[in-house]
Design a protein around this ligand. Structure first.
Ligand code: AMP
Ligand code: MN
Ligand code: MN
Ligand code: MN
Length: 280
């Protein structure tokens, strides 16, 4: 069994269609793939249809929701959710709306600087897709304002730079609630990326558990052996389920290849033990 429970398609900021993603997962010998686009469920039907053609692969319905905790942006992955649940759909619609409003404010802010990106962002979006900062980065590249995504983020799109619009995402407890109501397992995404001390991360985990958030990503391609060990220890200490995901977006990011996160250590309790869709 090979699990990758975090990746993106072109319904958010990924480069591949859900069908192309499923084919790439089969190629990478993944047996369980969760599609977890940012703030949308719209790629899941296509991913399930594509997986139907392959005996070896199961697609888990997922998403990655943005939220805030103590003034900090967090990403919570929902796994094995029912994409037809009304509460989840309403929550996702709310986050999508926030993204659309932010995109409009970003266009206007760029226009103040004589940078016109509307068509270049719109051209990248599929029907139902959500606008993300990487779409703006791509538009900036196409317009010659940056040589690559890294530079686009550094010069624009981040706090204090043109095109940066601060976001107010819903609180952690709200997004946890949407996932739980949809029968999913809520998982803290990429804990290494928040630059928290172990003390602060422990406090976050205690609050997560109180809210019914049962899991945390322990293995990702950007967690080194030591970090993975530390996260695994924390998971076991608090009784959290462990998840594994590449956060694959595109072939342009060789550090986050599909299926490239190391398998979980046998001492951990894997998050998939809770998936109703794959239990016997
Ligand atoms: P958003 O949720 O629209 O604010 O965009 C966040 C996404 O931007 C993340 O999920 C990453 O995929 C991407 N991202 C964030 N920072 C950078 C960066 N410095 N370079 C490239 N991509 C980035
Ligand atoms: Mn992303
Ligand atoms: Mn994320
Ligand atoms: Mn992600």
């Amino acid at each position: 069994m090979k699990y990758d429970l975090h990746c993106h398609s072109h319904f958010s900021d990924g480069a591949l269609s859900p069908t192309e993603l499923v084919d790439a997962a089969v190629e990478a010998q993944i047996t369980h793939l969760a599609l977890t686009d940012h703030d949308t469920l719209d790629g899941l039907a296509e991913a399930q249809r594509a997986a139907f053609r392959h005996q070896s692969l199961t697609v888990i319905n997922g998403l990655e929701l943005s939220c805030t905790w103590e003034n900090q942006l967090l990403h919570i992955v929902g796994l094995d959710v029912n994409p037809n649940n009304a509460d989840l759909k309403a929550g996702v619609a709310q986050n999508k709306q926030r993204r659309l409003r932010r995109a409009e404010a970003m266009f206007e802010d760029f226009e103040q600087h004589d940078i016109y990106l509307r068509d270049f962002v719109a051209n990248q979006l599929v029907s139902g897709g959500v606008p993300t900062r990487p779409h703006f980065a791509q538009a900036l590249i196409e317009q010659g304002f940056a040589k690559d995504k890294k530079q686009a983020f550094k010069r624009y799109l981040v706090r204090g730079k043109p095109g940066y619009i601060p976001m107010r995402w819903p609180p952690l407890e709200e997004v946890a609630d949407w996932i739980l109501k949809a029968g999913g397992v809520a998982v803290l995404a990429h804990p290494n990326r928040y630059k928290m001390t172990r003390t602060k991360l422990s406090r976050l985990i205690s609050e997560m558990l109180a809210l019914g958030i049962q899991g945390m990503e322990v293995s990702t391609p950007t967690t080194d052996k030591q970090q993975t060990g530390m996260l695994g220890e924390l998971a076991n200490q608090f009784g959290l389920l462990a998840s594994v995901g590449s956060d694959f977006h595109s072939y342009d990011q060789p550090w986050a290849k599909l299926g490239s996160a190391q398998p979980l250590a046998a001492s951990l309790n894997p998050v998939w033990a809770q998936f109703s869709s794959i239990s016997a």
